[in-house]
Design a protein around this ligand. Structure first.
Ligand SMILES: *[C@@H]1O[C@H](CO)[C@@H](O)[C@H](O)[C@H]1NC(C)=O
Ligand SMILES: *[C@@H]1O[C@H](CO)[C@@H](O)[C@H](O)[C@H]1NC(C)=O
Ligand SMILES: *[C@@H]1O[C@H](CO)[C@@H](O)[C@H](O)[C@H]1NC(C)=O
Ligand SMILES: *[C@@H]1O[C@H](CO)[C@@H](O)[C@H](O)[C@H]1NC(C)=O
Ligand SMILES: *[C@@H]1O[C@H](CO)[C@@H](O)[C@H](O)[C@H]1NC(C)=O
Ligand SMILES: *[C@@H]1O[C@H](CO)[C@@H](O)[C@H](O)[C@H]1NC(C)=O
Ligand SMILES: *[C@@H]1O[C@H](CO)[C@@H](O)[C@H](O)[C@H]1NC(C)=O
Ligand SMILES: *[C@@H]1O[C@H](CO)[C@@H](O)[C@H](O)[C@H]1NC(C)=O
Length: 507
């Protein structure tokens, strides 16, 4: 295959004699992209799937939430039936706290036996971002002129429930009062109970909890709550899927691997040599250099030490911020969520392009009155992708999930998947490896054998990163993907979800 391409290129160059470069027509570039995108779409072997059927809800209250898929502003195709609105977090008649949800039944190819729950992170960021830009049935991504159908919608897998949580996020109503992740889980489960009263046909489905970023804290705590309160929900929790998750200390997920990350992508950061030498010197002083080679071994030699005394960074050792500042000097469009972005910053209908500045002025898509009306959202709320108020009024008192609930969740679940974009700088994949090697589940600490390179094989693509599974935990690193894996690498995300749900045998 490779030699063929070389021959083709040689043949093409030889057509132009002397110093002429090979000519590439725009139409050729375009057709290559169309062809490659088509190859993505037609890949993905489905090993097991339930017979799809139509879903109807008998409770008359459900009809109040019905969304006509032909009435979504700016969307010029039918997104199919869905249900959305505000649902209280308890049965109390006076309950003032309500979460906003948008529920989609499975598309024609999806299973009716399953239910996927999705939450974005933050804390305080809206799951409608996930719906519109990551894994929903229609997609209006950064730089796209209008909404298009999402070929990799998770509704192709099963029913999906996007929820703006906790209280204080997006359209959700009420005053935040949670102190920690157990409070958060209790409120979310309260919401789910109310939701299942109205949409009772969804009872007894197999449940998968998914999310990204700070949802690396939310999702394991919610799963643990459900496992430790087995009668709380009439659903059968099967597993979790978390992308680029917050799992451990900042010093581990941001600082230790930061300078090595810059070296890996040296020509993307394009720092000058003097500055690189300064970074290298600081990384040595801060005990970051060589940390991974020494401590993140397979199997690990014992609990992994901190590089200093701090779980964030010692004085003068906040190298992540030093790099962050320097990156903007050279690249004003530097995107902490995907380092490959360069000038100019692309337009975003949700006003959150990469790492700002916000360039979509007003209104943001979900802040439009016509959009709010179409989806039963409160028109008196100014919607923002991430909340200005603190959804944990006094901070989140829970420890990161790898130190507490995550081991139990992996042990109780059929499958647990952690995915990580390799082009993410806000949380760095090498840091997730450190967290995993420091965690004990299923009777052992960390992975016992090394993560093989090029072991994440994506159908129709080939190796697209690294994959490893031990004792019920699957860890996937996705090449070229930024922080939001379903957005930046939808095929990889889709395939890993098929694995989570038992629709395929390997990730
Ligand atoms: C589901 O609904 C669609 C559209 O109303 C219809 O075409 C299809 O035949 C239905 N499928 C089943 C299995 O009832
Ligand atoms: C709801 O509020 C009313 C008026 O404040 C009060 O009388 C009633 O007991 C409350 N009901 C519940 C279930 O809390
Ligand atoms: C998702 O479903 C749509 C509509 O049936 C289909 O066109 C598309 O190919 C499906 N995508 C995948 C990845 O299965
Ligand atoms: C490893 O885990 C222990 C607790 O299990 C914790 O005290 C320590 O800080 C962790 N080390 C790192 C590098 O996260
Ligand atoms: C680096 O490690 C040494 C030896 O453990 C320790 O004395 C020193 O304080 C550490 N330096 C920093 C900046 O954490
Ligand atoms: C090298 O980069 C550093 C960090 O951005 C900057 O302070 C310095 O001025 C740069 N030097 C040159 C010659 O550009
Ligand atoms: C786990 O997976 C197995 C095999 O796919 C399946 O039989 C079982 O129902 C699943 N769920 C649980 C909770 O074990
Ligand atoms: C994977 O590749 C990296 C970079 O080339 C190398 O340092 C590492 O040792 C390889 N890992 C394994 C398990 O072979």
């Amino acid at each position: 295959m490779f030699s063929k391409i070389c021959v083709a290129l040689l043949a093409a160059t030889s057509v132009f004699s002397g110093t002429d470069a090979r000519q590439v027509r725009k139409s050729e570039v375009h057709s290559r992209q169309v062809e490659a995108a088509k190859r993505w779409r037609t890949s993905g072997q489905i090993l097991k799937r339930a017979t799809p059927q139509n879903i109807t809800f008998k409770n008359p209250k459900a009809s109040q939430f019905f969304v006509d898929g032909t009435t979504i502003p700016e969307v010029d195709f039918d997104i199919g039936p869905s249900w959305s609105g505000l649902m209280p977090i308890s049965a109390n008649q006076n309950e003032t706290r309500k979460l906003f949800f948008w529920f989609f039944p499975p598309g024609p190819e999806g299973s009716l036996d399953d239910l996927i729950f999705w939450t974005n992170g933050g804390p305080g960021c809206s799951s409608l971002e996930g719906l519109l830009q990551e894994n929903g049935p229609f997609q209006w991504g950064v730089g796209q002129a209008k909404p298009v159908q999402n070929e990799f919608s998770w509704t192709n897998l099963s029913s999906v429930l996007w929820v703006e949580q906790p209280v204080g996020t997006g359209f959700s109503q009420g005053t935040p009062n949670i102190r920690n992740e157990d409070d958060l889980a209790e409120q979310l489960v309260g919401f789910m109970q109310q939701f299942l009263e109205v949409f009772s046909e969804l009872k007894n489905k197999k449940l998968y909890l998914t999310g990204e970023s700070y949802a690396g804290t939310y999702v394991p705590y919610i799963a643990n709550y459900i496992y430790t309160h087995p009668t709380a929900l009439p659903l059968s929790l099967q597993g979790i899927w978390i992308a680029d998750p917050v799992l451990g200390w900042d010093v581990v997920q941001e600082q230790i691997p930061a300078v090595a990350f810059v070296h890996k992508y040296e020509h993307v950061f394009a720092f000058n040599q003097t500055f690189m030498k300064q970074l290298d010197q600081l990384a040595i002083t801060c005990n970051y250099t060589g940390y991974i080679e020494k401590h993140a071994t397979y199997p690990p030699k014992g609990l992994l030490p901190l590089p200093g005394r701090s779980t964030s960074a010692e004085r003068g050792c906040d190298l992540w911020d030093v790099i962050f500042d320097a990156a903007f000097r050279i690249n004003p469009a530097f995107n902490i969520y995907r380092i490959f972005d360069t000038y100019p910053v692309l337009w975003d209908v949700l006003g959150f392009p990469g790492s700002f500045p916000q360039i979509q002025l007003a209104p943001l898509y979900f802040d439009r009155d016509d959009v709010k009306k179409a989806i039963h959202a409160p028109t008196n709320v100014n919607w923002a992708e991430c909340s200005d108020i603190n959804v944990f009024p006094h901070g989140d008192a829970s420890l990161p999930s790898s130190f507490t609930v995550l081991p139990n969740v992996i042990e109780k679940s059929n499958r647990s998947v952690i995915v990580h974009g390799l082009a993410d700088f806000i949380l760095i994949a090498e840091g997730a490896r450190i967290v995993i090697q420091n965690m004990t589940w299923g009777g052992k600490q960390g992975f016992q054998t090394p993560i093989a390179n090029d072991s994440f094989l994506v159908d129709g693509v080939g190796a697209l990163g690294n994959a490893h599974t031990e004792r019920g935990l699957t860890y996937l690193e996705v090449a070229l993907s930024g922080h939001m894996v379903p957005q930046y690498s939808p095929l990889a995300a889709f395939q890993s979800m098929q694995y989570l749900m038992g629709f395929r045998a390997t990730p």
